[in-house]
Design a protein around this ligand. Structure first.
Ligand SMILES: CC(C)[C@H](C(=O)O)[C@@H](O)C(=O)O
Ligand code: SF4
Length: 474
């Protein structure tokens, strides 16, 4: 990669190296990798077929079913209905186009944003798209990754490019260290609480600072994953030794001389000293407490020990009405405490928090304890078959099962409830996923977003607890 004369951000380096041309104020960007799942791809395949247009570069595609897949017994197949239609359609499209494809029976199947990095399909320096908003996840590996709409899925399949305006850049620096019991998920929720759901709209974020450097690649993925909930177009973390160590040896990573060449290039994937960003935000990491959302958007969040806010104390009438509606939906009283709530469901999973590190963190809390008798269902849904295998090698499945959790097969599951794993009306769920919108996990279901450790503790206590008060291993 060549360096220009003025210092460039990491984003700008990736943008410049993929720019094909400009037209009507839009830039045409070359796309290296295209992830495909069953929900946002059927129309695209159909439109190409109707137009008799071939795929531009089928090697750039990895297809995997995730949203609709059953997480219980798969040997009996998928019941008739929309889910089955979408899964069968993906299967037909993948097979007829000769795509790299991990069907339900393949141990590599899982949530698209877990599978891409795990396989080394996502690599530093690339452009990565998927018809899915949480594609921002992949930026943790120092690539430019963003979600696209269904018509763009078709456009990428046909041309290997997208047209888009030049995004703005935002640097979010987490200075210092996070405390014990605080994770990347809490950093993400804290950040969203600070800037709001459109605080990063139109921007590509670069996360940096000591607390980000200290995160594992899995933690960085959690952080980048949730950046979309602040409205960001994409998010990224610069390449360092951890990035390279993570990629090394992955099935689709380069090998031999190509590996050495790649590493030399990847080491350039940092923002140059003195590069300027359109906006900058500094967060002191040590002020972040374990977070819990109490409302119906991810920015309605606070520390677990905080009291529920009072709409009467909010001056802006729109904000006051939003707050009142959220509290009514969530069945919460102003000034009440999260610790007084009873949790009916616990969901440990989703593309935010279903990687091996997340399961390890949750299992540490669960080990030797029992799920509270009034928790109706506590699910652990690993992000991929390979995560599940690794967890089983470490005995984590047994830790969860012995405590009363259900150990499920990989998929999106209760994150959005498309496969039947749902939260019932009026029921409350401590969930490691990323969205708490009305009805997200089931009609009139109530979602509280938390970290894997917080979800694990909520399962045991039957309510929300501050992990730092006697829950952490000594
Ligand atoms: C179904 C899919 C298009 C959607 C998304 O874009 O994010 C889903 O993954 C979600 O999390 O709501
Ligand atoms: S796990 Fe949830 S957020 Fe992630 S892709 Fe699936 S439905 Fe979307």
């Amino acid at each position: 990669m060549t360096t220009g004369t003025s210092p460039r951000t990491l984003f700008r380096k990736l943008w410049d190296s993929h720019l094909v041309g400009t037209s009507d104020g839009l830039s045409q960007i070359y796309i290296d990798r295209h992830l495909v799942h069953e929900v946002s791809s059927p129309q695209a395949f159909e439109a190409l077929r109707d137009a008799a247009r071939p795929l531009w570069r089928r090697e750039s595609i990895l297809a995997v079913p995730d949203h609709n897949v059953p997480t219980t017994d798969r040997t009996t197949g998928v019941p008739e209905g929309l889910s089955k239609v979408q899964l069968d359609t993906l299967n037909n499209n993948a097979v007829s186009n000769g795509l790299r494809y991990f069907p339900l029976s393949d141990v590599r199947q899982g949530i698209v944003h877990v599978v891409g990095p795990e396989q080394g399909f996502t690599l530093p320096g690339l452009t990565v798209v998927c018809g899915d908003s949480h594609t921002t996840t992949h930026g943790a590996l120092g690539c430019l990754a963003f979600g696209i709409g269904t018509s763009e899925v078709e456009h990428v399949m046909a041309t290997q490019t997208v047209f888009m305006p030049l995004p703005k850049t935002m640097r979010v620096s987490f200075r210092g260290e996070i405390g014990r019991g605080v994770s990347a998920k809490d950093m993400a929720l804290f950040f969203i609480g600070r800037v709001g759901t459109s605080g990063a709209a139109g921007h590509v974020i670069e996360f940096d600072g000591e607390a980000v450097t200290a995160l594992s690649i899995e933690g960085r993925m959690t952080l980048c994953n949730m950046s979309i909930e602040a409205g960001a177009r994409a998010a990224m973390v610069a390449v360092d030794e951890k990035t390279i160590a993570y990629v090394k040896g992955r099935p689709l990573a380069p090998t031999g001389a190509m590996w050495n060449k790649a590493v030399t290039q990847w080491q350039e994937l940092v923002s140059d000293a003195g590069a300027s960003f359109d906006s900058e935000l500094f967060i002191e990491a040590d002020v972040i407490a374990p977070q819990v959302t109490w409302g119906t958007s991810p920015d309605m969040v606070g520390a677990v020990s905080d009291r529920i806010p009072d709409p009467q104390e909010v001056e802006d009438p729109t904000r006051r009405a939003d707050l009142a509606r959220a509290l009514a939906y969530m069945g919460l009283q102003p000034h009440s405490s999260l610790g007084d709530l009873r949790v009916d469901h616990v969901f440990i999973g989703s593309c935010t928090n279903s990687r091996i590190e997340d399961l390890r963190a949750a299992a540490q809390i669960v080990e030797g304890r029992r799920v509270s008798s009034h928790v109706r269902q506590a699910l652990v849904v690993p992000g991929s078959g390979l995560v599940a295998e690794q967890a089983a090698r470490e005995g984590l499945d047994k830790v969860f099962i012995d405590a009363g959790f259900q150990w499920r097969a990989p998929g999106c599951s209760m994150c959005l409830g498309m496969n039947g794993d749902e939260v019932g009306a009026g029921e409350r769920c401590a969930s490691t996923s990323n969205r708490n919108f009305e009805g997200r996990q089931g009609d009139r279901g109530r979602t509280h977003l938390v970290s894997p450790q917080m979800a694990a503790a909520a399962a045991i206590a039957g309510t929300f607890v501050d992990l730092r008060e006697g829950w952490l291993p000594t």
